[in-house]
Ligand binder design. Structure first.
Ligand code: ZN
Length: 161
């Protein structure tokens, strides 16, 4: 069996920035576990899925994704000004909050503060960055009928409902 559309795949992975090798995510750290996901249902960034297509159990792949195949490019019009008074006094650059826009949670980061206004960056924190992944395929199985209908994995490593 190989990794392809509608297969359920479990992988170990390490993700790091190619320019400085700084690790931003890993399934191997303390308290972390391999991830399990359904191929072809937008559960993972597209480039990640594309790069492991055709691989077999036990296979390891290393690949670097440009921003357009990962979290996209930064867009300056996603930086919005909010009134300083909407925040508490203890506000610092780098703090992260969540706004609700039409019922959807929209995370943002404070990138600048002055007396009247706060600059809020709604870009994804990984936007504009190239990402390198080292991935090991631990297992591959066929998806259940219900998993395909829901578009996600059930049971260990997946949704419980
Ligand atoms: Zn479900």
């Amino acid at each position: 069996m190989i990794v392809e559309l509608n297969k359920v795949v479990t992988v170990d992975y390490v993700g790091y920035f190619p320019e400085n090798k700084e690790i931003f995510d890993s399934s191997k750290g303390e308290g972390r576990e391999p991830i399990t996901f359904l191929i072809g249902h937008q559960n993972m960034i597209l480039g990640f899925e594309e790069e492991i297509l055709g691989s077999k159990t036990g296979e390891k792949r290393i690949f670097t994704l440009d921003p357009e195949r990962a979290y996209g490019h930064r867009e300056e019009d996603r930086v919005l000004q909010m009134e300083r008074g909407q925040f508490t006094d203890e506000l610092e650059v780098g703090m992260q909050f969540q706004a609700e826009v039409q019922g959807m949670p929209m995370p943002f980061e404070v990138i600048e503060i002055n007396e009247l206004e706060v600059s809020c960056d709604f870009n994804h924190p990984m936007a504009g960055k190239a990402l390198t992944f080292e991935v090991e395929i631990l297992s591959i199985r066929n998806a259940e009928e219900e998993e395909l209908t829901h578009g996600h994995v059930h049971g260990p490593g997946g949704h419980h409902h």
